[in-house]
Design a binder for this molecule. Structure first.
Ligand code: ATP
Ligand code: MG
Length: 568
């Protein structure tokens, strides 16, 4: 490909609204252009990279035995009503306006409903199972804050696969295969990834993993141990129980006046205690029943853990009236002392507190010297909180926190969709059963952006060969010189004939500008052909990621590069 015939609109300046490196570099390198908030055009270089990622994904899906199909982005709302996800998705679901020829149509944010509708129509016997179907297709999600370039957009490409299995064992096998295929995909894309345990929904246990790329541009947090023995999404992380501190003399329970001081910070400042000396008392409404969660003042309730512990359908913070009714006080003065007739679940860390401070269930008052059993009782204790700095994994290794972005997700769904949509099969004994499902998603555009996050320097992007828009970048200096252009063109043509993607910068511009662009778009191998070099009988060969320059005879360079590719 000759640069002058191609379309690579590089920019000298960093656009002001781009904050994260991938967004800045993808704009500057002429990979993408925003057309509407959260909707991007992929310009030719960006498009080439997307296609390469897509091919890797497709190859590994096929190798894992998944079968490709294509489903429509336009979907009937009725299918979403069958599973109740029309409501659960809320405003993220994009609805098309009703017209006389089209009623109740949405743009798919994902395709569980559609694939289940297809499978229930055609699959009726265990003999047709298991089957894993996938597509690579555009998704629409009306994300509230599309941001960070193509890391989070309203329209994006997803590879979504769905397995349909006759038994849990079979589901585990499909899941395992997808998990392994995902590892291969990220490895082949040259991405440093971490597979973490994630929220697992209905099936529980080890039923969901997210594939994360560690980057400051991410919006999620993962925790892991240095030794790699444990990694989890922070939402899901299970910590070692905290150990009790040295035992203290039990203080008297005392009521103290704390007028207008309702928050942990305000009370700890006023009473000169640490937030970790306080018990936070939070009133929830779990399936409509008031329920109290206790955590240490410096900890946060993890509602996913609480919800799972309670095994409830709905969980929300109680409203002011309920709080008043349960505690007899205004919001901010709740505490466990003296409460009865309400389920109180204490986080493990609360059960080892001594002489704690907490609300007195009386507006403008707190208690000090509060001790479990002597002053209050709990219904049960559980792990209810998010991990914090200083926590250890269950095996005792300290947890490290890292910001990350999710590039893929594998999930054992169980029978959530097949129950709701009546997708059943007859087993060997002629008994009707719901099909057990798994779903497996990869954000194709996100791999592109996350790869830039993971691999760039001050001058631009550094593509791994596997997804680079071109493998070799020939920079022709002195393009008005016939020998230069003849040599450069010959190298270009021979590489192309050898099946190597090559870009020849044949523009009549200053060398400095051409080198800058070459660094910016980040093609892994660079060959420089110039008048002076040719006079000395050499062209220059260099890696994007190294400053070392090799001088090689023009008639040998193609052989050298071919050898490198043969060894890849
Ligand atoms: P997130 O938590 O980042 O919003 P998600 O959990 O909603 O993602 P899934 O429903 O699991 O995403 O979708 C599968 C994959 O699709 C994700 O792993 C991610 O790589 C990609 N993806 C999801 N939402 C977006 C988006 N708005 N823009 C780009 N890629 C996305
Ligand atoms: Mg996810």
């Amino acid at each position: 490909m000759h640069w002058s015939h191609f379309f690579i609109p590089t920019l000298k300046e960093t656009p002001a609204d781009a904050v994260v490196p991938s967004h800045q570099l993808m704009l500057r390198a002429g990979l993408i252009r925003q057309i509407a908030a959260g909707a991007y055009a992929y310009l030719p270089i960006g498009h080439r990279i997307l296609r390469k990622i897509e091919n890797i994904v497709r190859e590994e899906m096929n190798r894992a035995g998944a079968i490709e199909l294509h489903m429509p982005a336009m979907q009937p709302l009725d299918l979403w009503k069958e599973t109740g996800r029309d409501e659960a998705m809320g405003s993220t679901l994009v609805h098309l306006p009703d017209k006389s020829f089209r009623k109740g149509t949405v743009l798919g944010p994902t395709h569980e409903e559609v694939i289940t509708e297809i499978v229930r129509a055609y699959v009726s016997s265990y003999k047709q199972l298991p089957v894993t179907l996938y597509q690579i297709q555009t998704k629409f999600r009306d994300e509230e804050r599309p941001k960070s370039g193509v890391l989070r957009t309203r329209e994006f490409l997803m590879k979504d696969a769905y397995s349909f299995n006759p038994s849990l064992e079979s589901l585990n096998e499909s899941y395992e295969r997808m998990y392994e295929a995902y590892c291969k995909i990220y490895e082949r894309c040259g991405m440093p990834y971490v597979a973490v345990e994630a929220e697992s929904g209905a099936i529980g246990g080890d039923a969901s993993h997210e594939f994360m790329v560690v980057t400051d541009a991410g919006e999620d947090w993962l925790v892991r141990t240095e030794d790699g023995s444990y990694a989890a999404n922070v939402e899901r992380a299970v910590m070692a129980p905290l150990k009790a501190g040295p035992s203290q003399d039990a203080a008297n329970l005392e009521e103290v006046h704390t007028p207008g001081k309702a928050t942990i910070d305000e009370v700890s400042t006023l009473l000169k205690c640490k937030p970790s000396d306080m018990i936070k008392t939070i009133v929830y409404s779990a399936d409509g029943t008031p329920t109290i969660a206790l955590v240490r003042g410096d900890h946060e309730v993890n509602e996913a853990k609480l919800r799972k512990h309670l095994d409830c359908k709905s969980l929300e913070l109680a409203n002011v009236e309920t709080i008043r009714k349960v505690t007899g006080a205004d919001v901010g003065f709740a505490g466990p002392v003296g409460l009865s007739d309400v389920r109180i679940i204490a986080d493990q860390a609360v059960t080892i507190m001594q002489n704690a401070v907490t609300g007195a269930n009386k507006t403008d008052y707190h208690y000090t010297g509060v001790n479990l059993d002597r002053d209050f009782s709990i219904t049960e204790s559980a792990d209810l909180r998010y991990a914090v700095q200083g926590d250890a994994a269950q095996n005792g290794s300290p947890l490290v926190f890292e910001k990350c972005i999710e590039v893929g997700h594998v999930f054992k769904l169980g029978t959530k969709y097949s129950d709701a949509m009546k997708a059943t099969f007859l087993d060997e004994n002629g008994k009707s059963k719901p099909i057990i499902m798994g779903c497996y998603g990869i954000g194709v555009n996100r791999i592109l952006a996350a790869s830039v996050e993971a691999s760039h320097d001050d001058n631009g992007i550094c593509w791994p060969v596997s997804i680079a828009p071109f493998s070799v970048h020939i920079v022709a200096l002195d393009v008005r010189d016939d020998t230069v252009m003849q040599t450069a063109t010959k190298i270009h043509d021979e590489l192309e004939a050898a099946g190597i993607d090559v870009l020849l910068d044949d523009r009549d511009s200053r060398p400095g500008a051409k080198f800058k662009d070459a660094d910016l778009i980040g093609i892994p191998y660079r060959v420089t052909v110039g008048k002076r070099g040719l006079a000395d009988g050499i062209v220059e060969f260099k890696l994007r990621t190294s400053d070392d320059v090799e001088k090689i005879a023009p008639d040998q360079i193609v052989g050298v590069i071919r050898e490198k590719f043969a060894n890849l």
